[in-house]
Design a protein around this ligand. Structure first.
Ligand SMILES: [Zn+2]
Length: 306
């Protein structure tokens, strides 16, 4: 009996250690100048990115990630010479990018958002075990369409999409102008279909239009940072606006194909069960979250219930 208990304790200890080691794992990628991507290897949320500027003038973070990982994010920032976190902004309200706001309750940190996104942060029940963000952790600075911040010799532009409805109803894009790096949050899942949160202001048309607009506004060599990496951090590669153009073309093709099926009076199930174009099958091979069937459902519901 005693032996059994000991074995049980050892296996619990092993499990605890494994969880701790998992939380310890943060990947730090230096992009350019003061800009880093820091990502936890989170089994559930798929490596959500924090894009951080660290320097003598302070620390700016775009997306703070899951709450349990914030202490380690801070540790990684300190290892790179950062001290206090001065500014935070968020690509959108989903918990895998924003849950960590709960760590920054003090008004000493300037937390920048738009009115729309603040509303979603306040009312959304995504993650956080069903609770919304606490009042003290909500952003304390609001901008309308564009805000420019100068820190660590970097000019940082925060801006909203051409359409206010895209991935969600409160998306913010972050352009590190001096370093030519664009952080687009969940607009980029290069080899598979994206999530469009139509329950929270997301729109298929708006998403595609915002992507298109960005590919037209920015030159092809601008580096694009996605909101999630591949599940293996080693596969991280620099994406550019040129890749984004191809991604937009692929998504547009898939949406037009689904629309043509709707026009032919096919039901959702008939479309899902039909022989899908090659793009769908190849995207399925790489899918982390959204498989073809779910993508077809998102697009089908969007165009039939509009
Ligand atoms: Zn998201």
């Amino acid at each position: 009996m005693k032996k059994k208990l000991l074995l049980l304790l050892i296996s619990f200890a092993g499990l605890f250690q494994a969880i701790c080691q998992n939380i310890q794992k943060h990947e730090v990628i230096h992009l350019r100048n003061s800009i880093y991507v820091i990502r936890p290897n989170h089994p559930k949320y798929g490596n959500p990115s924090s894009v951080v500027s660290i320097g003598k003038e302070g620390v700016f973070i775009a997306d703070v990630g899951p709450l349990e990982y914030v202490p380690n994010l801070i540790k990684s920032i300190q290892n790179l010479g950062g001290k206090e976190v001065n500014y935070i902004t968020l690509s959108h309200h989903h918990g895998d990018h924003t849950e960590g706001l709960e760590y920054f309750k003090s008004n000493k940190t300037v937390k920048i958002t738009t009115q729309n996104q603040r509303g979603y942060l306040k009312n959304s029940r995504i993650f956080l075990n069903g609770d919304g963000h606490k009042k003290e952790s909500l952003p304390n600075l609001i901008f309308n369409e564009k805000l420019t911040l100068f820190i660590n010799k970097e000019e940082i532009e925060l801006f909203t999409g051409k359409n206010k409805n895209g991935h969600t109803g409160g998306d913010i894009f972050i352009y590190f102008k001096t370093s030519n790096i664009l952080y687009l949050g969940d607009y980029v899942f290069l080899n598979h279909f994206p999530i469009i949160d139509t329950e929270n202001g997301g729109s298929v048309d708006g998403f595609l239009d915002n992507l298109k607009h960005i590919t037209e506004e920015f030159s092809e060599n601008v580096v694009v940072v996605p909101g999630h990496g591949t599940l293996s951090p080693k596969e991280f590669k620099l994406t550019t606006v040129k890749d984004l153009k191809k991604y937009h073309k692929n998504l547009l093709f898939s949406v037009n194909w689904i629309k043509s099926q709707i026009k032919n009076k096919k039901s959702l199930k008939e479309i899902q069960d039909s022989k899908l174009p090659e793009l769908f099958t190849s995207f399925d091979k790489n899918a982390i979250y959204i498989k073809s069937k779910t993508w077809i459902k998102i697009v089908y519901n969007y165009y039939t219930k509009k």
